[in-house]
Design a protein around this ligand. Structure first.
Ligand code: PEP
Length: 260
């Protein structure tokens, strides 16, 4: 059975004070909720500059910490870049790769995502590879073609799919308040699992697939009720402790239902 996973992508938000406040609330709930923790993995991905603080705060908890990106290079003259190995040495567990904002604002190609994925795996980080179509692509009936190409581009030559997490994040749903319907999300997750199965049928059944795109406490239960939605990658709602905690709680409820 695939364990639920809820990951908060804090994007370029936060200050030392807000990180302390947000994690303080989540850690109080974490201590109080042993049963939830057993059924769901939770992680937060702050900016690079807040990683060390978040790691210190989360050290005794079940909340893991990840980065929002990493370099495809190991070291060298790459001003502004951060190597996967540095993140692993710091104590990060996760790394988000190929987020649509990286693709859009930093022109990240599938080849670059593939190189970052290789670097992350080599460093021992657990990658979350993001895929998703734009509104124009969905309206043109190209959503599956686009997602298949992103998967193929990032995963070609990749072994060990079981340890990989794929986040389906339709670009039109990110930060817009528009969420894919549970049926739209499940359809794409089924399709993604099929694409993964073409690479490795056994591992594909174990790969966790997250949905992301305007997830909030109010809409998450129906999404988590879908058989191929194993959790969520959460942006805006991850910055509000009660919202993020409610999403974790909903994932725990769904995990219990799926196991019955
Ligand atoms: C994201 O940035 O990965 C995301 C899903 O954002 P939001 O939840 O705000 O749509």
């Amino acid at each position: 059975m695939r364990q639920g996973l809820v990951v908060g992508n804090w994007k370029m938000h936060g200050s030392r004070a807000s990180v302390e406040a947000l994690l303080g609330s989540l850690l109080d709930a974490d201590v109080a909720q042993g049963a939830v923790v057993a059924r769901v993995e939770a992680a937060v991905c702050p900016t690079y500059v807040h990683l060390a603080q978040a790691l210190d705060l989360c050290a005794e908890s079940s909340i893991a910490v990840g980065a929002q990106d990493c370099s495809h290079m190991q070291s060298g003259a790459y001003t502004g870049e951060v190597a996967a190995e540095m993140l692993a040495e710091l104590g990060c567990h996760w790394v988000i790769l190929g987020h649509s904002e990286r693709r859009q604002y930093h022109a990240e190609s599938d080849d670059l995502v593939a190189a970052k994925l290789a670097a992350a795996v080599e460093a021992g980080l657990q990658p979350i590879v993001c895929v998703g179509e734009t509104r124009e692509q969905r309206e043109a009936g190209e959503a599956q073609v686009v997602v298949a190409a992103q998967l193929q581009g990032a995963l070609t030559g990749q072994v060990g799919l079981a340890a990989l997490v794929v986040a389906y994040e339709p670009v039109w749903a990110i930060g817009t308040g528009l969420t894919a319907t549970p049926e739209q999300a499940q359809d794409m997750h089924t399709f993604i699992r099929g694409c993964l199965a073409d690479i490795d049928a056994v591992d594909a059944a174990a790969t966790r697939l997250l949905y992301g795109g305007s997830v909030k406490a109010a809409n998450v239960a129906q999404l988590f009720a879908q058989p191929d939605i194993d959790g969520a990658l959460v942006g805006g709602a991850a910055l509000v402790a009660e919202e993020f905690q409610a999403i974790i709680d909903a994932a725990a409820v769904a995990a219990e239902c799926h196991s019955e």
